[in-house]
Design a protein around this ligand. Structure first.
Ligand code: OGA
Ligand code: NI
Length: 356
């Protein structure tokens, strides 16, 4: 989920999952990860695979007739699944492998090295465990490194690993590319609905929007039938880019009452919409509910990049998408990420807070 700066005071300091495992599992500590009763008892991790929805960025942005077909595909995918696999995005397979590599290498560093970048209790930026908002919270089986990455003057470099040596450079290059792709996609979203090209991009406001990177590490888990890597959620972002592990699956999307496995497409970046585009589109586009399941054999990494409008930016349904057959579904909101966390804490679907 996208977390920019929720206020979580008095958070107890908690071990990362890697530390838990290294220290030998204490049953009392593992209890905090166990989902009871959700999904009607045990978690069923073996779900059907979703049809691989590919979108070709080159075609989408071209002026050839192929663009029209690609836009229609985009519209159809985003109004049903809310996600797709982006290909032909201008980054080579080798480069994406480097991004995966720095992610792996960071989590493989000795504990003392990683701890130099530890987040402080009550704050989200840096290296650490799942953020603990309430003592009743079921914890996610995940360690992460969370960084503000764009614009450059918002970076807090003290949390940026100095090892592996190319970490900062690769991350910088990756983010620079994604910031441009986010603009292109937001334009394409508008075009796919025959709307003026800037109607989503204008609210997103690329001048002030922020990008956050969440490096995720999922250690092998002894009980995939009881523990989740990330519990079901939708993202608070406008758009999320996810670079998945090349070998190990885990991500699942919820659609029509059922979970579906997201397949691995090594050269693709998985894009999913967040709540803020669902609001802007008056519900035409979906912010999908998704989760991550664990497995007992292999560890898994991923890198999520959340593109989030500035907290002062007003977000509301585009006027042209409100009419008699589609009444206005959402209010105008500001600082949606804060609203998101208040609701998340109550165990409610955050976008309900923006509903009329
Ligand atoms: C997230 C998320 C999916 C994954 O970080 O919000 O949904 O596969 N991650 O790690
Ligand atoms: Ni997510």
């Amino acid at each position: 989920m996208a977390e920019s700066n929720p206020t979580v005071n008095e958070e107890p300091v908690f071990k990362t999952v890697q530390e838990l495992i290294a220290g030998g599992e204490q049953l009392s500590e593992l209890e905090r990860y166990v989902h009871r009763g959700s999904d009607g008892g045990f978690l069923d991790v073996s779900q059907p695979e979703m049809v691989t929805p590919l979108i070709d960025l080159g075609r989408l942005s071209s002026s050839s007739p192929a663009a029209g077909e690609e836009l229609e595909k985009l519209r159809s995918l985003l109004s049903t699944w809310g996600c797709f696999q982006l290909i032909n995005h201008g980054m080579t397979a080798e480069f994406l492998d480097k991004v995966r590599e720095i992610t792996k290498q960071f989590f493989q560093l000795p504990r003392e090295e990683k701890q130099k970048y530890s987040r402080e209790a009550g704050s989200i930026e840096g290296y650490g465990s799942d953020v603990i908002i309430s003592e009743h919270q079921t914890l996610d089986w995940i360690d992460r490194l969370y960084l503000t990455v764009h614009p450059e003057d918002h970076r807090k470099l003290k949390f940026w690993p100095g090892k592996p040596e190319n970490f900062r450079e690769i991350l910088h290059d990756y983010i620079t590319k994604l910031a441009l792709i986010a603009d292109e996609l937001l334009k394409a979203l508008a075009k796919s609905l025959d709307l003026e090209e800037n109607c989503f991009l204008g609210q997103y406001n690329r001048e002030t929007a922020k990008l956050y990177a969440r490096f995720n590490y999922y250690p092998p888990c002894p009980r995939p039938d009881l523990v989740l890597g990330v519990k079901p959620h939708d993202d608070a972002s406008a758009i999320t880019f996810l670079l998945q592990d090349k070998e190990v699956e885990g991500l699942q999307f919820f659609k029509d009452g059922q979970w579906f496995r997201a397949p691995i497409v090594p050269q693709a970046i998985l894009v999913n919409l967040g709540d803020q585009v669902e609001i802007m589109s008056n519900g035409v586009f979906k912010s999908p509910v998704h989760r991550v399941v664990t497995n007992s054999e292999k560890d898994r990494i991923s890198l999520a990049v959340f593109c989030i409008p500035d907290s002062d930016q007003q977000i509301e349904p585009v006027e042209k998408l409100v009419n008699e057959t589609r009444p206005r579904l959402y209010k105008s909101v500001k600082n949606y990420v804060d609203i998101y966390f208040q609701y998340y804490q109550l165990g409610r679907r955050p976008i309900e807070a923006a509903r009329i």
